[in-house]
Design a binder for this molecule. Structure first.
Ligand code: APR
Length: 320
């Protein structure tokens, strides 16, 4: 059986880590595209040279031409620029929306049957832009945010309780930004919901509130430490988990930025919700019951995402 093909649009910090992780997990052959000549070729060769030591077989290629993504089964998009000093929010939206248009057109041309995972920020708007530009069905284009946000939540909880990260489950809804909604009620340690752990005296409500605030600020915390860039190990790991769920038809339930067509009372927008990922892409949006305060927080997050998406579509005429 021929190997699957994983294409990475963007060969920067996350792109390079994605290539290494896809190799280590033996997800398939790997192609890296970047506009910087030498970077995709160099990273592909470097990882290919690690393969004999690490013990995996994969064909690695890198190019400055979109042709390299031809026939990909999964495409992961990290291409774009970060916000630089002096750049307004709208400048960033306009620049990265243009990158999504180019990537979307290339995917339509070279990999129209792929499952596409977008990581480029601002995530909820960029995944929508890419879906529009590619013309791919919405169930085949998702955004990576919730797996990362809930992984951060899980790490902080495991650290708080001094238990294995494997025994911690965490739930995050909404947009990928400071309006995200970490759901305490649906997050568990060893299957025990967090509010019960407060009753058991393991922690306090105040401590949980501090952890939730840290999850919301998770991206900025890393930027403050790194100073020259943003997180890349955890975002790459999160996207690889989503790619694997698709390629192996695992039907994992993962929080992703997915297109909502009435679910959660939202129509025509990409927002972070739990979905089932299997061989058909997003096979189902899982609708959980929210209480009044969770509903209010989710609605606020949806409003923020809608403003971002509207501005992106206004700024990039090709999406109209
Ligand atoms: N086409 C292809 N690649 C591009 C384009 C383009 N039009 N424009 C920029 N790139 C490439 C850059 O050359 C760079 O190699 O995208 C890559 C981005 O890599 P980094 O700057 O290292 O950023 P990274 O840390 O990988 O994050 C990528 O993910 O989490 C988000 O906010 C983050 O939007 C950012 C994205």
């Amino acid at each position: 059986m021929a190997r699957n093909r994983i294409a990475l649009i963007g060969g920067g910090q996350i792109g390079g880590t994605l290539a290494l992780l896809a190799g280590l997990r033996e997800l398939g052959d790997i192609a890296i595209f970047d506009i910087l000549d030498g970077i995709p070729q160099g990273k592909a060769l470097d990882i290919a040279e690690a393969a004999p030591v690490l013990g995996f077989d994969a064909d690695l290629s890198g190019a400055k031409s979109y042709d390299v993504i031809r026939g990909a089964d999964v495409v992961i998009v990290t291409a774009g620029v970060p916000r630089k000093p002096g750049m307004s929010r709208d400048d960033l939206l306009a620049v990265n929306a243009k990158v999504m248009v180019a990537a979307g057109h290339a995917i339509k041309r070279y990999a129209p049957h792929a499952f596409v995972i977008v990581i480029t920020n601002p995530l909820d708007a960029m995944v929508f832009a890419l879906q529009k530009a590619s013309g791919l069905p919405a169930n085949r284009v998702v955004g990576m945010a919730g797996v990362l946000d809930s992984a951060r939540f899980r790490h902080f909880l495991a650290d708080e309780f001094k238990v294995s990260v494997e025994d911690v489950g965490a739930f995050v809804l909404g947009g990928h930004g400071d309006t995200m909604v970490p759901l305490v009620r649906y997050s568990t340690v060893g299957g025990i919901p967090l509010p019960d752990l407060v009753k058991m005296g393991w922690t306090t409500r105040k401590r949980l509130d501090e952890i939730v605030a840290r999850v919301r600020n998770g991206g900025a915390e890393i930027v403050d430490l790194l100073k020259t860039g943003s997180a890349f190990y955890a975002p790459a790991a999160a996207a690889i988990e989503m790619a694997e769920a698709y390629l192996k038809d695992k039907k994992r339930i993962l929080p992703c930025a997915a297109y909502l067509d009435g679910q959660y009372g939202v129509k025509g927008l990409y927002v972070g919700v739990p979905v089932v990922i299997g061989a058909d892409g997003v096979e189902k949006v899982v609708e959980i019951t929210l209480n009044a305060s969770e509903k209010a927080a989710f609605a606020k997050s949806v409003d923020a995402v809608r403003v971002l998406a509207d501005d992106t579509f206004r700024l990039e005429p090709a999406l109209g």
